[in-house]
Every structure is written in C-alpha cells, then in structure tokens.
Design a protein around this ligand. Sequence first.
Ligand code: SF4
Length: 250
Amino acid sequence: MKKAVEEVTDYYTKKILENTRYSGKNKKNQKIISCSQIGSEPQQVLLAYKYGVIEQNDIGQNTIGTLVHKGLEHSFIKEANIHTEYSMEMLLKNGWILSGTADRIDLNNDVIVDTKVTKTYTIDMIKKEPMHQYRLQLNGLRILAEYWYKKPFKMLLEIFNKQGGYDVRSGETIPDLTYIEVEKIDDDIVLSNINDLIQFIENGVEQKCSDVWLRKVKGDIIPLRCLKYCSYNKVCKFYNPQPKTIIKGW
Ligand code: SF4
C-alpha cells in the first residue's frame, strides 16, 4: 500500500462524514418545526432552535441511517411516480412552518414510506404503542403530503433491524426488514403535539429532559442519552459529564 493504513482510513472516514452530513435547514432561530421533531424531548427541540443543528464530527448512528437512506434513494431514482427524499412545507396558523422530508412518496399506490434503522426493542414498542413517536412523525408527513398533493395517503414504516438475522440464543431468525402499516391519527392530535413543542420553544424556559435514559454502566448510573445520544450536550446546562457526581444530582 502506497500510504499508511491510518492515512487511508482517515480519508475514507472524512469522505463518509462529508457525504452523510445533515443537509436540511440548520440555522438557529428559524420558526420552522420539522415532522422528525414530533415526539422528541422539548429541551432538545428548544436547543435545536437556539443553536441550530450541531454538526457531527464522528461516525455515529446517524451516519449509518443516512447511508441507508442514500442507498434507498438510489434504488428508486428511476421510477417516475416514486418521489424520494421529497421535502414539503406548510404554514401553520401561528406563523411557524411545518416542514418534513418524506423518504418515499409512491404515487402509484398513494403511500408515504418512512424508513428507520433501529433495534428489536424499538420495533416492538412501535407495534405496541398507537401513539408512538414514529407513528406521529409519519402522520405529520401525511398531513404535509395531503396538503401538497390534495389527496389522501396511506402510511408505511419500513424498518431495518440492526439486530436482524439468526439469533443463536433463541434459535429464531429475526427479520432484517419489517413493514408496519400506520393508521391515521387525527390531524388535530398531531397538530396539537406540534403546537405544544412550539409553545415550549416560545416560552424559552429550559428544563431537563424527562427521560435521560438512566442506565448502569460499569457500576455507575449514567444518563445515557445525555452522554451518548445528544448532540446538544455541549450547550445544555443540564449536561454533567461526570458519572459519579451525576448519581447524586440526578
Ligand atoms: S444534555 Fe441531556 S438533558 Fe440536555 S438536552 Fe441533551 S439529553 Fe436532554
């Protein structure tokens, strides 16, 4: 090899990061709420509003999700009646804009498809909970699509399971790909979820997320979400990177 392996892999990593970076609206203080924020912790939505989208500098779960989405976009790109990565907007009564990007809008079958890359536990939760965050988000996209195309749409969650495959312990094969048909949630319920988030942002009073995923890791109880799954932890006043002190404070 002409170059040192480290130099080559650094180059690959940089290219992957460049091509999977968030490309939506990312400026701060814009009165835009996205369907993907429905069901999120209000504190995270408020920080996204105050600071804009914080760029990711390491390969993470989002990178893998984006790579899957890019592959799917490529798979359907030649189909005239299937729109991929289709961005839509709608002005709400309070002057905010509801935005959303549908992974796939299939005009042959009038279906909106939202793709997720997740784990078995989340798939079970989606199946169990009629108001699961992913169901609400997809209904937000449905409201936008119906406004945009002036016709009703059915909804499908297309879920890739990172834990799919043959499970040696149970002897079962866990599907790598699952489809869940999502029922319509009343527009008023979806819009009231969105309005609650907007009101929280407009009040501007920060408050610790209600579920920071307290988990025991190597004997310490840590708020896993704050430490590992929150791109706003550097700007959030509730972030405390010292697991041992967190036990007392949290
Ligand atoms: S650092 Fe923790 S409390 Fe603050 S926004 Fe992130 S997850 Fe919520």
